[in-house]
Design a protein around this ligand. Structure first.
Ligand code: AMP
Length: 395
């Protein structure tokens, strides 16, 4: 796996695909700069080598050129975070981009305008990719968030740099962390899969069954399993057409010697609302009119034991409706258990949109071994897919 650390960038122009798709407020100020900060190590290394940096990214989902989605809005934030001036090219291809790139000197940084101002970007257009490719000497992919897309700047462009392409520090770290769970894991390995639906996690569950010793299934998915096993789940969320699949997962797990842990009790509510009445009930006996919205105390005690015995932990998806304060306890406790296991030496990886949001919201970010930056990309890797953006560099 070739990374930026295998290349000396002195006097080279590095064309880096970053993921600067950051949220902006009504005044076009960056409200969360995590993704920009995440790209800093790669940029720093290239500048320290004596190279120059050309940054390309998308922002939002513009339909054609639209100043609302201009990357000009983020120039000052990027400059602040990098501690260096950042030049801006008002187009990502053509004379404007070409001249700006040609004039770039060692130690200088150029940010190109939004790649998605051109439909050709998402279409994976080869001609568009070749125009981008002319701007740099080395292609670096550091955008994990879009690595599962076959876009011009994430995948197609790599063919123009057969000898001069590599992974950035962030993307390399993402791959390495996932491999620590999926390939070179220390046993016992535990996957915690929560969230709302079985249907969106099914491929992950099937792929992961070959890699783990324990699987904790929580969140809304719980009830499809419990109903399939004959329990009464009241008004809890359930995918009736996935019951057979749930039973099949349980059969497969047994065959593969994977221990499945499902909540035994839940915090049930008489409405889907934070101020609803609540009671702790047996997961198999939820009264009519009530719905399970969080894991109960006995379940959490069981999960705690499993987590603390694990050497490798993967966490995707909340254990309850964590957005509502009264149903956040399970997710917070789970975060505490994983933090404790991590402190005791386990490797923990958190990924997939909502769990990352929960980890940040409850302050666990620095207590996990690694928090992935790519929701969809991470899920696809967990599904066992080879991401096109990664394959293009390995080719
Ligand atoms: P996902 O996007 O599949 O990871 O699902 C995340 C969502 O699942 C969050 O918004 C949670 O509020 C929701 N969720 C977790 N547990 C439950 C539950 N018991 N009932 C309904 N929704 C849930």
């Amino acid at each position: 796996m070739k990374t930026i650390f295998d290349i000396n960038f002195k006097d080279k122009k590095a064309l880096i695909r970053v993921d600067f798709n950051v949220p902006l407020d009504a005044n076009f100020k960056v409200t969360d700069a995590t993704r920009i900060e995440a790209a800093k190590p790669t940029i720093d290394k290239i500048i320290e080598d004596g190279g120059s940096v050309i940054l390309m990214s998308h922002l939002g989902r513009p339909k054609g050129v639209d100043s609302q989605f201009s990357l000009q809005h983020i120039v000052s934030t990027v400059s602040e975070i990098l501690g260096l001036p950042v030049q801006f090219a008002s187009n990502c291809i053509g004379d404007v981009a070409q001249n700006a790139a040609s004039n770039l000197k060692s130690g200088e940084i150029l940010l190109l305008e939004n790649l998605r101002f051109y439909n050709e970007e998402e279409a994976g257009d080869v001609d568009f990719a070749s125009k981008l490719a002319k701007l740099g000497d080395v292609y670096v992919n550091d955008a994990f968030g879009t690595a599962h897309r076959s876009h011009a700047s994430t995948t197609i462009i790599a063919q123009f740099f057969p000898q001069n392409k590599c992974f950035g520090a962030l993307l390399a770290k993402e791959i390495e962390s996932l491999n620590k769970v999926l390939k070179n894991s220390q046993k016992p390995v535990t996957a915690v899969l929560g969230g709302s639906k079985v249907s969106s996690k099914i491929t992950v569950i099937e792929n992961i069954l070959d890699k783990v010793d324990h699987m904790i299934i929580g969140g809304g998915m719980t009830f499809t399993f419990v109903k399939a096993l004959g329990g009464s789940i009241g008004n809890s969320i359930c995918e009736d057409d996935k019951q057979e699949l749930a039973l099949e997962i349980l059969r497969l797990a047994k065959q593969k010697n994977v221990q499945i842990h499902i909540p035994v009790d839940v915090v049930a509510a008489n409405a889907f609302a934070n101020d609803a009445q609540t009671q702790i009930v047996d997961v198999k006996n939820i009264p009519d009119g009530w719905q399970g919205l969080d894991a109960g105390p006995k379940s959490l005690e069981n999960f705690r034991k499993v987590i603390l015995e694990s050497k490798t932990i993967l966490w995707n998806g909340p254990l309850g409706v964590f957005e509502m304060e009264n149903f956040a306890n399970g997710t917070i406790q789970l975060g505490n258990f994983i933090a404790e296991a991590t402190q005791n030496g386990a490797f923990s990886l958190v990924g997939g949109g909502d769990s990352v949001a929960a980890v940040k919201q409850f302050g666990f970010e620095d207590k996990m071994s690694y928090v992935s930056t790519g929701g969809g990309a991470m899920l696809e890797m967990l599904e066992g897919k080879i991401l096109p953006g990664i394959a293009a560099i390995l080719d």
